[in-house]
Design a protein around this ligand. Structure first.
Ligand SMILES: [Zn+2]
Length: 458
């Protein structure tokens, strides 16, 4: 009798231990995901059985203080292929540390600036997040679900669930679609000589008509300059809603980053309209007072990206009667030069991302090119685009293929292949598969995250 009671007690203890173990496991098991944080110990990672979209428990990231935290998985990808990732996300009190930064709850690729839109604040319902990326020359990527960002840290809570991954067919036609936004008004406060000064600057009609003309010239000439390797379609819009904040770095001074105009960009259906590059055109002074907003001499600023698209700033003159963007025979016969230059920074950046060795766009002097009074660096740009820069080791320049490697388009996913890399285990046997790895992962804590910096250059 006694022996039987003893064995029943033992059995109860064993069952209780299994139950506790299972409960612990189901709360802290992050499947095959690796947890990572920028500031170690500021984030709690757990699974949530209560806050769910479907039956499976969601993945919860809780940033107790401002942090950049994510869980990611290494996914095998085919080079030069397009992918779409989706998930459902819910947030509670998500706050971004600094204003006008590209951060929040989102999907991203670890150690890059490739990311989806953000969800911030408190959401009543589950939101759907979509993230498109091109594998470029990679064979694997660390795909992650993140609270924070390369740009700023966040605090609050985010729940992620229902992950999907599919591959599409990249569009390889040679027409690039440009979104050209003329910013009518800058209504910003900037720091100048140690003081905060508010400026309200309106673009002049002369500048508007000059730059619109230059954009048309850019659009017409890209085919000729590239010897038919690409064409350019430009949609031009005048934005009357003012931009109310600017970004700053010591090298360039003030400029417009995508995060300064996210609400404006969202109005132009970037995904549906399938734009490949964005030009934001601003004026930073007035005819009466000259240059007002501190900029370090730049007229074009490029190399930036927004959701996989090239993004550049074009600055029009403060003073009137400046023929910078005006075609005048004998004086300026290449008024679209800045647009060409900044777009070439995007091709230069893309070529590097795809692993090509190419000359730097600014190295014209190194290869014996000189500035022409009427048409600037036109010859250099043509040779750059057509891989006709002569060296002792043969001709160099952009590879011809780069003109077909545009940003990911929604229409690339008309015919898709669903991949099960992000699928949750749907039975206990699958769940128990690699149990030991999962348990080790559970106790290994989080990895140190590396901060990726976005490039900006003239
Ligand atoms: Zn440049």
């Amino acid at each position: 009798m006694r022996g039987r009671i003893k064995s029943i007690i033992n059995l109860i203890i064993v069952i209780a231990l299994i139950a506790i173990g299972w409960s612990y496991y189901s709360t802290y098991n992050f499947s095959d995901y690796t947890k990572a944080e920028y500031n170690r110990g500021y984030t709690k990672f757990s699974r949530d059985k209560e806050v769910t979209y479907n039956q499976t428990s969601s993945y919860k990231i809780e940033n107790i203080d401002y942090n950049d935290a994510m869980f990611y998985k290494t996914i095998t990808v085919q080079p030069d292929m397009v992918y779409k990732v989706t998930c459902k996300v819910k947030t509670q009190n998500v706050e971004v540390k600094e204003p006008n930064k590209d951060a929040g709850a989102h999907i991203s690729i670890n150690n890059t600036v490739e990311k989806s839109d953000n969800v911030v604040g408190t959401t009543d319902d589950w939101q759907e997040l979509e993230f498109y990326f091109n594998s470029q020359n990679r064979t694997e990527v660390e795909l992650g679900f993140r609270l924070g960002g390369y740009d700023s840290n966040c605090k609050g809570t985010a729940w992620f669930t229902d992950f999907t991954l599919e591959s599409g067919i990249p569009n390889q036609d040679k027409n690039w679609k440009f979104l050209c936004l003329l910013i009518d008004n800058l209504d910003v406060t900037v720091e100048k000589e140690g003081r905060e000064i508010a400026y309200d600057i309106t673009m002049t009609e002369q500048n508007k008509s000059d730059i619109i003309q230059a954009i048309h010239q850019f659009s017409d000439s890209m085919q000729t300059l590239s010897e038919g390797k690409m064409t350019a379609t430009c949609d031009i819009f005048e934005v009357t809603e003012p931009i109310t904040s600017l970004s700053y770095d010591a090298e360039n001074g003030y400029y417009v980053a995508p995060a300064n105009m996210e609400n404006i960009l969202k109005q132009y259906d970037l995904l549906e309209k399938e734009y490949d590059h964005i030009f934001t055109i601003i004026q930073t002074g007035t005819n009466e007072q000259g240059d007002l907003i501190p900029v370090n001499n730049w007229i074009g600023l490029g190399g930036m990206e927004y959701r996989g698209k090239g993004f550049s700033n074009i600055r029009v003159p403060s003073k009137e009667n400046n023929y910078f963007y005006r075609y005048i025979a004998g004086l300026n016969t290449f008024p679209q030069e800045v647009l060409v230059h900044e777009f070439l920074h995007t091709l230069e950046r893309n070529a590097k991302l795809y692993g090509y060795e190419i000359p730097a766009l600014h190295d014209y002097a190194k290869y014996g090119y000189q500035e022409d009074k009427q048409e600037g660096q036109k010859v250099w740009y043509m040779d750059y685009m057509n891989c006709q820069i002569k060296t002792n080791q043969g001709n160099i320049g952009l590879p011809a293929e780069i003109f077909t490697k545009k940003s990911v388009h929604v229409s690339d996913f008309q015919y898709t292949v669903h991949m099960d890399d992000l699928q949750e285990p749907d039975n206990i046997l699958e769940e128990l598969n690699n149990l030991w790895d999962k348990i080790m992962q559970m106790f290994s804590g989080s990895k140190q995250m590396i901060n990726t910096v976005k490039e900006v250059g003239t």
